[in-house]
Design a protein around this ligand. Structure first.
Ligand code: AGP
Length: 609
């Protein structure tokens, strides 16, 4: 996610803005910029790279401006570059805008504005905001912002500076965090509390649909209809380190809780307005090329590989194309059968994993086209693939991948539906049903996050155990592998994922009294089989925590603990069933005292083989 900083008051704005952006650097970014009004001119200074690049640009300049806005950009639409950096200005240089989030309908708005004579300089979705302000402005900045908000769809935290009203900064929030800092004769804006703590601990946490109007004298908050909103002052008690995690104890927990908004962003602009199909403008394969595909390989490492396993299941089921999911370090050395009818999908959060990169290069050398599913714009994987599907999850700082995994799953579903729709392998009604259920996943993840107390009991009882088993069938088996990896990599408890039907062929010998077994039973078609497998391990005195969809009562008769997830379409279950497993791993790690965000021996991006 990008960083935002704004200031209005009696002091020089630029140093305050730069220092605030510095406090937000930990979030990850690839360019930065500031906008100020000096001697009746709106000046924008921006630079690709780290803040030091912007500082070099500003070195030697003297500024007197006492209000301004600044931004550190995590690229989504448009690669990292000077021109794509924020702030963005309109044609006449009368408005400057910084923005976090995704403007879903930016393409039609851009076309309309161009038809009205506006000239765009960048590839970003954000730039439409500055031209809309210019198009609608009739002398009242706040009313203009309300009109712009009415026009756009998607997520935004936007902050606007106007040459026509230099004593005011206006900000609006929808699905992307924005905080007002309340000073004495001065006021602040930031995307995150750490940027404010040097100046004030008194804040307004803006809610969705709220607009803040800042002047030196004070702050007015209104809703999208212009009605005044009474805001309680939120007194920040956190220290800076805590504030960087948004009040959570670890980045991993913060990122687990960011999944509802991250999933919304991944879907943003990729479902057609009437919900009857998938729009992936990034995949420019012709209908013939799509029909010509007779084999797909999905290759990745670690958690990304587990996302690929789900991709295999859902693409085969919905698009009826044979798919193999392969660990990248194995794929590249097994002389895979590839020709020009083969499609490769590489999955990589960082886009820099050495084994994944090497696997993609080998497959492309043999004639395959490659789609990269990645979270980092302009990463090496993104630059070298033939097509790129960004997950737009925002920076993932914890080594353990959580929101990257669930947004990768969302990307797998989008690809499966995209292929199915264009190859005619799915009845239209079922396509609409799956899409309708996909749109509900974000809220259902939130329900799980708000109701996960059952995990505490299990952690208290079993945090001393030496090992745990995760069992499941079909899609549940793929999620079991992700659950086992999470538990191992951050709590250091040994864990093994096993196909439930395979236990009796050997591994059952390890199931003895008190061994914890997490049994995933979300797939209705395999439910009876799973109940038998739970009984099988119970008969060896294992302790079973079952994970099933709400309303499935039978499982309570056979398991020791049960975690329920909201019901959804069976193919979509992994996005929900993984969340309790993420929380289980997190809480087990805290209970066992390991370093949650930086586990021993591990790196966030494995750029060596
Ligand atoms: C997962 O929690 C780990 N951090 C690790 O397995 C990771 O998924 C793997 O190294 C792949 O990284 P990538 O997605 O950046 O390619």
């Amino acid at each position: 996610m990008c960083g935002i900083m704004g200031y209005i008051g009696p002091r020089e704005a630029v140093p305050i803005i730069m220092e605030g952006l510095q406090k937000l650097e930990y979030r990850g970014y690839d360019s930065s910029g500031v906008a100020i009004i000096e001697d009746g001119v709106l000046n924008v200074y921006k630079k690709v790279g780290k803040l030091a690049e912007l500082k070099n640009q500003l070195n030697g300049m003297t500024f007197t401006a006492m209000s301004g806005i600044g931004h550190t950009r995590w690229a989504t639409h448009g690669r990292p570059s000077d021109v794509n950096a924020h702030p963005h200005a309109d044609c006449q240089g009368r408005f400057a805008v910084v923005h976090n989030g995704i403007i879903e309908n930016y393409l039609p708005l851009r076309e309309w504005l161009i038809s009205m004579g506006h000239k765009f300089l960048s590839e970003t979705d954000t730039e439409v905001l500055s031209h809309l302000l210019e198009e609608f402005y009739e002398g009242d900045l706040v009313q203009t912002v309300l009109r712009v908000i009415d026009k756009i769809e998607g997520s935004f935290a936007m902050v606007i500076l106007s040459l026509d009203e230099p004593g005011t900064i206006v900000a609006a929030r929808q699905d992307s965090p924005l905080v007002v800092g309340l000073g004495e004769g001065e006021n602040f804006l930031a995307s995150d509390i750490p940027a404010l703590l040097a100046h004030t601990r008194r804040t307004y946490i803006l809610a969705d649909g709220e607009i803040a109007v800042l002047t030196r004298e004070g702050v007015q908050v209104i809703d999208q209809f212009g009605n005044s909103v009474e805001k309680p002052v939120f007194e920040v008690k956190w220290e800076a380190a805590q504030a960087e995690k948004g009040g959570f104890d670890h980045f991993m927990l913060k990122e687990i809780h960011e999944q509802p908004s991250a999933l919304k962003d991944t879907l943003s602009g990729r479902i057609n307005p009437d919900g009857t199909g998938v729009l992936l403008n990034e995949i420019t394969m012709t209908p013939e090329e799509l029909k010509n595909i007779n084999k797909i390989y999905i290759t990745a490492c670690g958690t990304a590989y587990h996302a690929g396993l789900v991709g295999k299941h859902v693409i085969e089921k919905l698009a009826r194309i044979p798919v193999e999911a392969d660990i990248a370090s194995e794929f590249r050395y097994r002389d895979p059968m590839i020709d020009d009818k083969t499609l490769l999908i590489v999955v990589s959060q960082s886009g820099e994993t050495a084994d994944t990169l090497a696997a993609m290069r080998e497959a492309r050398r043999r004639g395959a086209k490659a789609i990269a599913v990645t979270n980092v714009v302009d990463s090496t994987v993104a630059r070298e693939a033939d097509y790129v599907l960004y997950t737009w999850a925002g920076p993932e700082i914890a080594v353990a991948s959580t929101k990257a995994y669930t947004t990768q799953l969302m990307a797998m579903y989008l690809l499966a539906l995209y292929f199915a729709e264009r190859r005619g392998t799915m009845p239209r009604e079922e396509l609409k049903t799956v899409i309708r259920e996909m749109k509900k996943l974000s809220d259902k993840v939130k329900v799980i996050l708000d109701n996960c107390q059952a995990i505490d009991k299990f952690v208290a009882e079993y945090s001393h155990c030496g090992s745990a088993f995760f069992i499941g069938r079909g899609l549940d088996h793929t999620v079991a592998q992700e659950g086992a990896l999470k538990l191992k990599e951050i709590s250091y408890m040994h864990a093994e994922a096993y196909a439930a039907g395979e236990l009796k062929h050997g591994t059952l010998a390890l199931i003895i009294q008190g061994v914890p077994v997490i049994a995933l039973a979300t797939q209705q078609a395999l439910f009876e089989k799973m109940v038998s497998n739970i009984k099988e391990v119970k008969a060896r005195d294992a302790t079973v925590i079952a994970l099933a969809m709400e309303g499935i009562k039978e499982v309570e008769k056979v398991a020791d603990h049960v975690m329920h997830i909201p019901s959804t379409h069976p193919v979509l279950a992994p996005i929900l069933s993984v969340v309790p497993l993420q929380l289980l791993a997190y809480r087990m790690a805290v209970a066992r005292g390991s370093d949650v965000d930086q586990p021993r021996n591990l790196a966030k991006s494995v750029t060596v083989e």
